[in-house]
Design a protein. Structure first.
Length: 161
């Protein structure tokens, strides 16, 4: 199985930079690009009506209820990033999974990654939503982990990778 650059994105502002760095790395290394979006188990469990269509929807039942605005915005941002990469000519695969984010990233990395790319928004490692997931992945990953910071200059990425 051909290994991949595995980029973990969550729809946050740094996700676009993570995807760009991962895309450049995949091109340079001759690897495929896989973007991984993990929805936390506790977030999904707290959504009432999971797996049931929202009023007015038709067709197959959605995996996630469309009533949760925050999750909808996150998913919209993730799909926007994927669309931009595809429009730019990237060959990209999106995996959207539910589970514990750190564990899911590590499991997918074991299966397919030559390198992991993750973002860091600058909040403390103990701050909820900060770097706790990143810290766990760095501690347990068996492949290199590239950390992209929120203040990364986009021009540097485009010119140096």
């Amino acid at each position: 199985m051909m290994r991949a650059v595995l980029a973990s994105i969550d729809g946050s502002p740094v996700s676009r930079k993570v995807a760009m760095v991962a895309h450049k790395l995949a091109e340079r290394l001759g690897l495929r690009l896989v973007l991984l979006h993990v929805v936390s188990e506790h977030l999904v469990a707290s959504i009432p009506g999971i797996g049931k269509p929202s009023p007015g929807e038709s067709g197959p039942e959605p995996i996630l209820a469309l009533k949760d605005w925050t999750l909808n915005e996150e998913l919209r941002a993730v799909h926007e990033i994927v669309s931009e990469l595809i429009e730019g000519g990237a060959n990209v695969k999106l995996l959207s999974l539910t589970g514990d984010p750190a564990r899911t990233i590590l499991e997918q990395a074991e299966k397919l990654a030559a390198i992991i790319v993750m973002g860091y928004g600058g909040r403390g490692f103990l701050d909820p939503g900060g770097g706790r997931i990143l810290k766990k992945v760095i501690e347990k990953a068996t492949v290199p982990v590239v950390v992209v910071t929120a203040n990364l200059n986009q021009e540097v990425v485009e010119s140096s990778l």
